[in-house]
Ligand binder design. Structure first.
Ligand code: CP
Length: 306
């Protein structure tokens, strides 16, 4: 049993808790592969997606996960809500809770927003990405996908490439993968990899060709176009020349390397289509596995006994 109301970050999870989420997700992966993909586990409960930032994968897969668990789901529309009249985050969440939400799934531009809500709410709060801080369910679905493809994570050489400084996906993955025993290295320009990050127990490479050697898992990150022009790199062309994943570069990695990307992808910038759609890519498996992982998260946070 999990003794937690909220899932805020991977940083706060023990190894045993991470393994419990992953093992429970494996059971739910079987469920979503059946003709009848629903179980009554959380019938009568309500989940609300409270997204203050755009999302395709996370919001949709939380909605599907809740429906597969027989919950009612509301997709709260921030642009047409009283948020635009100035209603604050806590008042908005308290209102949603008063309407009957058992789970509030929040994505917010501000790091720490889910932690603030968790202190004020009886409902379970799930962090679906907060600023540049964490995206815990992405890291769990990435770990689940690696185990599915590689059998185990312990001892694997895993590279995360790109904009580490602004990536909540990278941070959650560093916490998750190092706790699970992987050797994690970060690859990218010095402007996008803060020096302090070495304290998280990772290696750092500022040369793509060097960094790719003997890698078992390659996790490419999105270049955040919205940050272009802020001087982190001169141009997307130059970024692509130095850090983009091409077939030639992929051949430097280990045999049977798998290529991951949390999405959305900038094809032709951080990854070429030939690889994104090629035999080493597990990018769409990550998306599919997100449903099982998010089912496991809501199920375990609910405290319902099997
Ligand atoms: N990986 C991820 O968070 O994608 P979305 O922004 O589409 O949810």
């Amino acid at each position: 049993m999990l003794n937690k109301k909220d899932l805020l970050g991977i940083k706060e999870l023990s190894l045993e808790e991470i393994i419990l989420f992953l093992d429970t997700a494996a059971g739910f992966k079987d469920v979503i592969g059946r003709d009848i993909k629903k179980v009554p586990a959380l019938r009568g409960k309500t989940a609300v997606n409270l997204f203050f930032e755009p999302s395709t994968r996370t919001r949709t897969s939380f909605e599907l996960a809740a429906k597969r668990l027989s919950m009612d789901v509301i997709n709260f529309s921030v642009p047409t809500s009283s948020v635009v009249k100035g209603e604050g985050l806590i008042d908005t969440a308290l209102t949603v809770q008063a309407l009957g939400a058992d789970f509030i799934i929040i994505r917010h531009t501000s790091s720490g927003a889910p932690y603030l809500l968790a202190k004020h709410l009886k409902a379970s709060v799930i962090n679906a990405g907060d600023g540049t801080n964490e995206h815990p369910t992405q890291a769990l679905l990435d770990a689940f996908t690696i185990i599915e493809k590689k059998g185990d994570i312990k001892g694997l050489e895993i590279a995360i490439v790109g904009d580490i400084a602004h990536s909540r996906v990278a941070k959650s993955n560093i916490y998750c993968l190092t706790k699970l025993g992987a050797k994690v290295r970060l690859i990218g320009p010095p402007t996008l990899i803060p020096d302090k990050i070495r304290e998280m127990g990772v290696g750092v490479f500022h040369n793509m060709e060097e960094g790719l050697k003997n890698v078992d898992v390659l996790m490419m990150l999105r270049i955040q176009m919205e940050r272009q022009g802020k001087g982190f790199f001169p141009s997307t062309d130059e970024y692509s020349r130095n850090w983009g994943l091409t077939s030639e570069r992929l051949s430097l990695a280990g045999d049977n390397v798998i290529v991951m990307h949390p999405g959305p992808m900038n094809r032709g910038i951080e990854i070429v289509s030939e690889i994104a759609d090629g035999p080493n890519s597990v990018i769409l498996d990550q998306v599919t596995n997100g449903i099982a992982v998010r089912m496991a998260v809501m199920y375990l946070l609910s405290g319902v006994k099997r």
